[in-house]
Design a protein around this ligand. Structure first.
Ligand SMILES: O=P(O)(O)OC[C@H](O)CO
Ligand code: FES
Length: 475
């Protein structure tokens, strides 16, 4: 079969493009090397929909940041994943940082970002009493939001699949070539895929994919960010995302009230050589906690319940690379570092427009379904609603994850929506994300995966590949 477009890479960029393209009467596939979408850089994203004022309007990422920011309300309404505009504060600790706040405010206002205000010490103390008294002023941005990035990926891809996307996971591209009639052939261990257009949204590996096609003009360098999740006891300590004044390459180390309320602190910003290096380090942890304990003194390293790292896909020049290449039909969507999540919906419409300009006919599809059935979150229901649900389906009455109060019904629902691994369950339902970090619920989630896919426990993985949890015993 000849596809009209194939997207390589199922991070938030690829998933958002896929969902956008499914509005039109075209044949589209998405190829992802990992076991599930969102399992690369996206799963370690800080989950911030940036206010719109951080990047210069003279850059592509600066333009798409604000455009994308404004598109998230509709997407979340349609797809039902969590998104809250909780606002942010960029904090100044010394007089010489005030011009930075003013510059960010002007930059945002030039783009049309509403509501940017500089708060002086008194207002700051009143609004965020747990912020250090050393803070002298802050730029408030009400447009900043938080979202669970992996939930966004799952919801976008589920909706894209309902609307006809062909999704291939565990499918690593090994070569790309062009036929004499200028169609592209993508080679994978799961077979060959033929397409008119290739959309290279391969994140850290976008340079390798461009190289396969003979159009590489950039190199992706990984910049690591370590993040530390804190215990629930700190929920509510700050209400907004707290930023320091930015550095030339990073927005700095933040205190992030995630969508679920749990605080997360980070990220670091260290260039690394290895695209698979997701280690956290003593130095990284120290850097993060030294910074955030100064900003919010109520935080302690002892509150950390989990830590992880992600790798930003950075190119020279630090801007997004989105556009056509020397070979017709091959489109790069590369260098999507921060604010990539924020910009993703605007990136998707930009890619759609490029495809149209390049000659792909995009007739809107009358049958497009914009929404998905929203997953039930049992613990948030009223007692009456919980009783009614359990009477109707007793699996919602069996709690699998005690820390996060997640029921069997929710886990079975996640599996029916495509969760294939323990992380797939965890990122969809929160089972395993609690204080015991899966100590109690992992075995029970494995039993459910084994039962639903009819596979032995030894085939179940944490996140695909060789990440098995139990091994067969040989005597
Ligand atoms: O450190 P940055 O600027 O890459 O930003 C990363 C995230 O968007 C915020 O944590
Ligand atoms: S029981 Fe699931 S994280 Fe503790």
């Amino acid at each position: 079969m000849l596809y009209d477009a194939i997207i390589i890479g199922g991070g938030v960029t690829g998933c958002t493009i896929a969902r956008e393209l499914m509005r039109y009467a075209i044949r589209v596939a998405l190829i992802e090397s990992e076991a599930e979408v969102g399992f690369g850089t996206s799963k370690a994203n800080s989950g911030i929909i940036h206010g719109g004022h951080h990047s210069s309007p003279n850059t592509l990422k600066g333009r798409l940041e604000w455009e994308g920011n404004q598109m998230w309300d509709t997407i979340c309404e349609e797809l039902g994943f969590g998104f809250k505009r909780i606002g942010e504060l960029t904090v100044a600790f010394a007089e010489d940082q005030i011009p930075t706040l003013e510059k960010l405010q002007k930059q945002g206002e030039a783009k049309g970002v509403p509501g940017l205000e500089i708060w002086q010490r008194e207002r700051l103390r009143k609004e965020e009493p747990h912020l250090t008294s050393e803070a002298i002023a802050a730029l408030y941005a009400p447009t900043t939001g938080v979202v669970n990035p992996y939930e966004a990926c799952f919801a976008l891809i589920e909706n894209a699949c309902i609307n006809g996307l062909n999704l291939f996971t565990n499918c690593k591209v090994t070569a790309i070539n062009q036929t004499p009639d200028h169609h592209w052939v993508i080679h994978t261990p799961r077979g060959e895929f033929n397409t008119r257009f290739v959309i290279n949204a391969a994140g850290l590996y976008a340079d390798a994919i461009a190289e396969f096609a003979g159009v590489r003009t950039f190199t992706i360098k990984p910049r690591k960010g370590e993040e530390y999740l804190l215990d629930k006891r700190l929920i509510g300590l700050v209400k907004r995302v707290i930023f320091p004044c930015p550095t030339p390459v990073s927005k700095g180390i933040l205190v992030i009230p995630t969508y679920d309320g749990t605080l997360m602190v980070g990220p670091t910003a260290e260039m690394v050589d290895d695209k698979t290096d997701l280690t956290t380090s003593h130095e990284g942890g120290k850097k993060v906690f030294d910074a955030v304990t100064q900003t919010v003194p109520g935080i302690s390293p002892r509150d950390c319940i989990a830590e992880f790292a992600g790798l930003r896909a950075v190119v020279d020049g630090e801007d997004f690379i989105i556009g056509t290449t020397a070979k017709p039909g091959f489109i790069n969507v590369a260098g999507i570092q921060s604010p990539g999540l924020t910009a993703a919906p605007a990136i998707a419409t930009m890619v759609r427009d490029i495809l149209h300009e390049e000659g792909l006919s995009l007739a809107p599809k009358d049958s497009f379904i914009p929404s998905i059935t929203k997953p039930i979150h049992f613990a948030s229901l009223s007692t009456e609603a919980q009783i009614a649900l359990v009477n109707q389906n007793p699996s919602y009455g069996r709690i699998i994850c005690r820390c996060e109060l997640i029921s069997e019904g929710e886990i079975l629902d996640a599996i029916s929506r495509g969760a294939k691994t323990l992380d797939g369950i965890k990122f969809r339902t929160r089972a395993g994300m609690g204080r015991c970090q899966g100590g109690f619920c992992t075995g029970r989630c494995m039993q459910l995966l084994s039962q639903e896919y009819n596979i032995p426990m030894t085939e179940i993985t944490k996140r695909g590949g060789d990440t098995w949890v139990v091994r067969e015993q040989h005597s």
